[in-house]
Design a protein around this ligand. Sequence first.
Ligand SMILES: [Zn+2]
Length: 182
Amino acid sequence: MAILKVARLGHPVLRQVAEPVPLGEIRSPDTQRLIDDMVETMREYDGAGLAANQVHVLRQIAVIEVQGNPRYPDAPRIPLTVVVNPVVTPLSEEMEEGWEGCLSVPDMRGQVPRYTSVRLTCYDRDGQTVELVAKDFFARVIQHETDHLFGTVYLDRMRDLSTLSHLAEWNRYWLGVREQED
Ligand SMILES: [Zn+2]
């Protein structure tokens, strides 16, 4: 396995649309290695998720996991979820503002409105069809990662940029004194 280089904002790959992975290619050694490397990279940098665009690959693959993550100390646990060719459908009109960060936009946080409940339909890493309903933080991460696959970053979703903060200032002025690493 390998830790992959993460593209930062300004790299064109973050603005491109990833291609769906043909079902027959999901179990190929190349795709499986990419998924393993994405998981390792996400864990190395304490991401809650990582989309293939962020590691310079235009395929519709994202990985999501939150457990004891120092970047999101109060977030509920999300087991490792590998998402291939996701289709995300909002299940209500309701949106909620919440803080997001992104490994491709280092050391920043901003308030982003997201649907509070979504249906996710995708393949898992074995090519099995998965359909699940996600709420709140899990729904937020799914929307964030799926956006990446279509060339969208969280900044595009912010209603205004007045909450956009560097991490140290976010800790100091928005969340109190707790120090946090990015
Ligand atoms: Zn991101």
